[in-house]
Write a protein that binds this ligand. Structure first.
Ligand code: FAD
Length: 382
């Protein structure tokens, strides 16, 4: 497998890195403190074609490849993990499944609107009683004439209240189990959609996460994504793909911690020497570098595999996600330690990186769920 970046991939990465340094970094600490949604940043990213990266141009996207998308998420997360998750959700758990499974009409209208960045997308699978056990859906969609009536609630929905469109999974046939789940495209303007108050989160504080409530929400059949009963398959295929983006978010956060730690270790002195001259600190920095490169290679591999026709990549996506996000947590904890007392202060960014890293092993499938996916695959292969 060739990991060399093409000129186009390098260009996209460099444009976004430059944008992140000049347009995102200056306000990031304040927006996180005030829990302010980065609307202006997101609008500018729409202008750069970053909100529907892999969608064909005819539907408002930029027709980029999966690795370009991964590079972008990494560069955004290195500066602001909140922006990275907002961008990742609209790209990979909204645009991706609508592009793959949507009707022509849905692609021409809904996908074009979201991929071009005129509005954001959100993905609503989790419910209060159903996170890891995603098949245990209680939200109901009941047939009514030519359409459906939806009732239920969804928990922890990223971009809730900011998104124009939601991909909502609902049970159409409870007796059919996972084959009774169906996807629907719900507009923020639909009567019967209510958004709960924002969650008071540990990290990612300038991203918005909230519950959404579906109350006698009526949809025409044209808003169903794919066939009736196909929702769980769509949800799981989507997560295989989007987990690679969360791995890239982990790599980005880890790089931010590494950069901050090396700079600090080369300037801070204790016992008459720079921190970096104490072997135990230098070795920690070496370990960070090894973990970042390993995480990045697993992530690139999964991204490249995801585009090979007919190749299943669930195992590789889970391997990238579990390794990169756990590495991000380890590296963020080490960075706080290297900064000593200052690492515990909001004046220094490593404190934010540490809080932001925490959720990456939880959302889009916890580390335990990734290990279930990996072990099932490797044991079946063995
Ligand atoms: C900031 C944030 C944003 C999110 N955004 C979205 C979103 O946009 N859309 C969406 O649909 N969801 C979203 N989620 C929800 C997220 O995907 C779930 O929180 C996650 O899947 C875990 O589900 P849970 O919280 O119900 O935990 P649970 O499923 O209750 O798990 C609790 C613990 O038990 C472990 N566990 C569960 N089952 C097993 C098992 N079989 N074996 C071993 N261990 C197990 C888990 O790994 C975990 O450690 C978001 C969550 C957060 C925190």
């Amino acid at each position: 497998m060739n990991f060399d970046l093409t000129e186009d991939q390098k260009r996209i990465r460099d444009v976004v890195a430059e944008f992140a340094a000049t347009e995102i970094a200056p306000g990031v600490a304040e927006r996180e403190r005030k829990e302010e949604f980065p609307r202006a940043v997101i609008d500018s990213l729409a202008g750069l074609g970053i909100l529907g990266m892999m969608v064909p141009e005819e539907y408002g996207g930029s027709a980029a490849d999966a690795l370009s998308y991964i590079l972008v998420i990494e560069e955004l997360a290195r500066v602001c993990a909140s922006v990275a998750v907002i961008v990742s959700v609209t790209n990979s758990v909204f645009c991706f499944p609508v592009w793959k499974y949507g009707s022509d009409e849905q692609k021409k209208t809904i996908l074009s609107e979201v991929a071009s960045g005129k509005s954001l997308g959100a993905y609503a699978l989790t419910e209060p009683q159903s996170g890891s056990d995603a098949a245990n859906q209680k939200t109901r969609a009941i047939r009514d004439g030519n359409g459906y009536v939806l009732n239920g609630s969804k928990a922890w929905i990223t971009n809730a209240g900011e998104a124009g469109w939601y991909l909502v999974m609902a049970m159409t046939d409870p007796a059919a189990g996972t084959r009774g789940i169906t996807g629907f495209l719900v507009s923020a303007a639909d009567e019967g959609l209510r958004i709960g108050p924002p969650e008071d989160k540990m990290g990612l504080r300038s991203s918005k996460t909230a519950s959404i409530y579906l109350e006698d929400l009526r949809l025409s059949e044209s808003r169903r994504l794919g066939a009736e009963g196909d929702g769980f398959r769509i949800a799981m295929t989507t997560l295989d793909h989007s987990r690679i983006g969360i791995a890239a978010q982990g790599v980005g956060i880890a790089r931010a911690c590494y950069d901050a730690s090396t700079e600090y270790a080369k300037t801070r002195e204790t016992f008459g020497r720079k921190l970096a001259e104490h072997e135990i600190i230098a070795f920690q920095i070496a370990d960070m570098k090894v973990q970042i490169d390993a995480a990045r290679l697993l992530t690139y591999r999964a991204a490249l595999l995801s585009e090979k026709p007919g190749v299943r990549f669930s195992k590789e996506a889970s391997m990238a996600k579990v390794f990169a996000t756990e590495a991000a947590n380890t590296i963020a904890a080490r960075a706080v330690q290297i900064f000593g007392g200052y690492g515990y202060s909001r004046e220094y960014p490593v404190e934010r990186f540490y809080r932001d890293a925490r959720v990456t092993t939880i959302y889009e499938g916890t580390s335990e769920i990734q290990r279930i996916v990996i072990s099932k695959n490797v044991l079946a292969e063995a």
